[in-house]
Ligand binder design. Structure first.
Ligand code: FCB
Length: 431
């Protein structure tokens, strides 16, 4: 390992999602999913990290990390607990949280949808409902009218590809369906939902006389590689890449629906991104299967490669490959909206961070405008289907006592943020 420096205006921070940390809300799709005992380790999101009651304490944790920015999400079910009825108190709570962040010198990046839905929306068919786009847009308008003066930077939707795939193909996430027809509807509606939200955020903020609005999607990007590099596998890997990445990226960035989602431009040809958001974790190998529901695609880990606690391959080069590709295509700033690893013993996280930041340095040297890095995540939290067992935090969370303890890798990250790079001194302290 050698020292390196990122630009002085590069922003470091962490990312979280409301459902994973806040606790206290019974009105959303993941609360019900946990009640129905789908979580692998039997844990539950009803308390999570109790962040709703510990905002100030948690901002102190960010300050101790020398964070310049923080990505948080709004819980739609709190803000609009019943269809068309908005809760000004919940909104005031988020406003207060954002004021606290700003006062601490931490730039907020606000996600409007991060996997969880209000129950009324879920019961009405969630994103498969033809009205979902209008319903989402109305909620977006309310939030931006209430926060737009404080928040310039927005993520409309987190990982629409993962949401649609896990909820409507593998059926592991709510609403637990395996329906190609619904999968296509959901994907299409989320894309159009983003396009309309993109316009809405800009419209509301510009009516307030504000400029500098930055809106994008946090895309889940996973390197998909043919296992044996045979011609059929290469074809299959390209198909998987097209269905998992391309139709979502082109749809949300250019406003264009590609087959099998549809054709043409549902809300008009344009550019619907001010930055390109990258959530990057891993790589998977593709081979042929006999499962038509997965389009004969088999996903496997790369045998012999380094992995984290969840068996995800650690493949930093993939971050370089994706950022380069989408920079060359769209020429907008790239924000790494998520990157991190599951490592309960904290034995690989610091090196993981180093290796991924090194790729960012390479990208910047090659002229790619990478501007921000959000580490996933601030503290161990409710990791969806994996529950509390999956430990992604820079702080370790004791879910009994709610005590947060800085991990050594968190200390490393704090120093890197402070120096906007890795100094020899930091490397020496790693031992
Ligand atoms: C991403 C999600 C995030 C977290 C990480 C580990 O796909 O956006 O909420 O679960 O994975």
């Amino acid at each position: 390992m050698e020292p390196f420096k990122l630009p002085d205006d590069f922003l470091f921070g962490t990312a979280t999602a409301s459902l994973q940390i806040e606790g206290g809300d019974r009105n959303n799709s993941w609360f019900r999913w946990a009640e129905e005992r789908h979580i692998k380790d039997g844990s539950h999101c009803i308390v999570a990290c109790d962040h709703w009651n510990r905002v100030e304490e948690d901002i102190e944790l960010m300050k101790a990390l020398n964070s310049h920015t923080y990505r948080l999400s709004m819980e739609w079910s709190r803000i609009e607990p019943e269809k068309g009825k908005f809760d000004d108190e919940a909104m005031a709570h988020y406003r207060w949280e954002i004021e606290k962040l700003t006062a601490a010198g931490i730039v907020p990046l606000v996600t409007l949808h991060h996997f969880s839905n209000p129950l009324w929306f879920e019961n009405a068919g969630a994103w498969a409902n033809p009205q979902s786009v209008e319903l989402f847009e109305r909620y977006v308008e309310y939030v931006v009218k209430n926060l737009g003066d404080l928040v310039a930077d927005w993520v409309t939707i987190n990982e629409p590809n993962v949401y649609a795939f896990s909820g409507y193909v593998t059926a592991e996430w709510p609403p637990g369906k395996s329906s190609t027809a619904d999968y296509l509807k959901v994907s299409r509606n989320m894309i159009v939902g983003h396009l309309r939200a993109y316009r809405k955020v800009h419209e509301v903020r510009s009516k307030m006389g504000l400029s500098g609005t930055m809106v994008g999607v946090a895309h889940h990007l996973r390197i998909l590689e043919p296992k044996h590099r045979t011609a059929p596998e290469r074809l299959l890997a390209r198909l998987a890449d097209y269905l998992f990445h391309e139709i979502f990226v082109v749809g949300t960035s250019e406003g264009k629906l590609l087959p099998p989602l549809g054709w043409g431009y549902p809300v008009g040809k344009g550019r619907y991104l001010d930055y390109f958001g990258v959530n990057y974790y891993s790589r998977e190998m593709i081979s042929l299967s006999s499962n038509p529901a997965m389009l004969f695609v088999k996903l496997e880990r790369n045998e012999g490669a380094p992995v984290n606690d969840l068996g995800w391959e650690i493949y930093p080069e993939g971050l370089y490959r994706f950022c380069k590709k989408y920079w060359e295509r769209y020429r907008v700033p790239i924000w790494i909206t998520e990157n991190g690893t599951c490592d309960a013993s904290d034995s690989i996280r610091a090196r993981f961070i180093y290796d991924h930041l090194w790729q960012i340095k390479r990208l910047i040297d090659d002229g790619v405008k990478v501007e921000r890095y959000y580490h996933w995540t601030l503290m161990d939290n409710f990791e969806w289907l994996e529950g509390f067992s999956a430990r992604f935090g820079l702080y370790e969370t004791d879910f009994q006592t709610q005590k947060r303890t800085l991990r050594p890798s968190g200390g490393f990250y704090a120093e890197v943020s402070k120096n906007r790079g890795v100094t020899q001194e930091i490397l020496d302290s790693l031992g």
